[in-house]
Design a protein. Structure first.
Length: 226
């Protein structure tokens, strides 16, 4: 199944709002770190419901915000969630970003980058559209060190790229982005039941659930354009 078909179905089922709620637990902490200045232009890569772009407009005084997604239904939903004239949503391809060279101050991506058909080329595209000194904040929960995420590929028909933290840093550098930082942002909002409640349908032990959310959380890699 294509990325478009998969996420069109998710949007039609209302799962875009569910993703927004779950991702916000860690996304809000990463977004707060972005060095956004008034008037900056932001690209949200794989925007889903568009929550990140709306948040950047509301809390950090971003200028123009573009949300790009491969799913027309996701984009349709995102447009319906805001009437802000400075937030725009477009259907687009990660491998051919519809923006001019050096036209974007910051790129954000949450739980979307690993769907890129050619992630190395996507990074080159990110580098191309960023202005000098612009940043790419790339947040993922599906990555090699997070052993609890490995089974996710079995639950979705779209092929995903599972890199390690080292592979993310190497790929950023290969694309011409300096790595300004990389760390894990724990999810402290997911409720974890007491040990007596385990095993559950999803978890064999409380320790495993704690590790997934409180230790691995979200891997954030920050790149800077020269």
């Amino acid at each position: 199944m294509s990325v478009r078909a998969e996420f069109d179905a998710w949007a039609a089922d209302g799962r875009d709002r569910g993703m927004e709620e779950r991702h916000w637990h860690t996304a809000k902490h990463a977004l707060a770190r972005m060095p956004v200045e008034p008037g900056d232009t932001i690209l949200d890569l794989g925007c889903g419901s568009g929550y990140a772009g709306r948040a950047l407009r509301e809390t950090q005084d971003a200028g123009r915000v573009y949300g790009l997604d491969g799913s027309p239904e996701m984009v349709r939903n995102a447009r319906s969630y805001t009437d802000d004239p400075d937030v725009a949503y477009v259907v687009g391809d990660f491998d051919a970003l519809p923006f001019a060279d050096g036209s974007i101050d910051h790129v954000w991506s949450m739980e979307a980058f690993y769907y890129a058909a050619d992630p190395h080329h996507t990074l080159e595209e990110v580098r191309r559209v960023l202005r000098p000194g612009g940043t790419f904040y790339c947040a993922v929960n599906y990555y090699e060190e997070n052993l609890h995420s490995h089974a996710w590929q079995e639950r979705i028909d779209v092929e995903m790229t599972r890199w390690s933290g080292d592979e993310y840093r190497d790929a950023f550098r290969d694309a011409g982005l300096s790595v300004a930082g990389q760390d894990n942002i724990p999810d402290r909002e997911v409720e974890i039941p007491s040990a007596e409640a385990f095993p559950t349908d999803d978890w064999d032990s409380r320790e495993a659930m704690v590790e997934r959310y409180r230790t691995y959380g979200t891997l954030l890699t920050v790149g800077v354009a020269p």
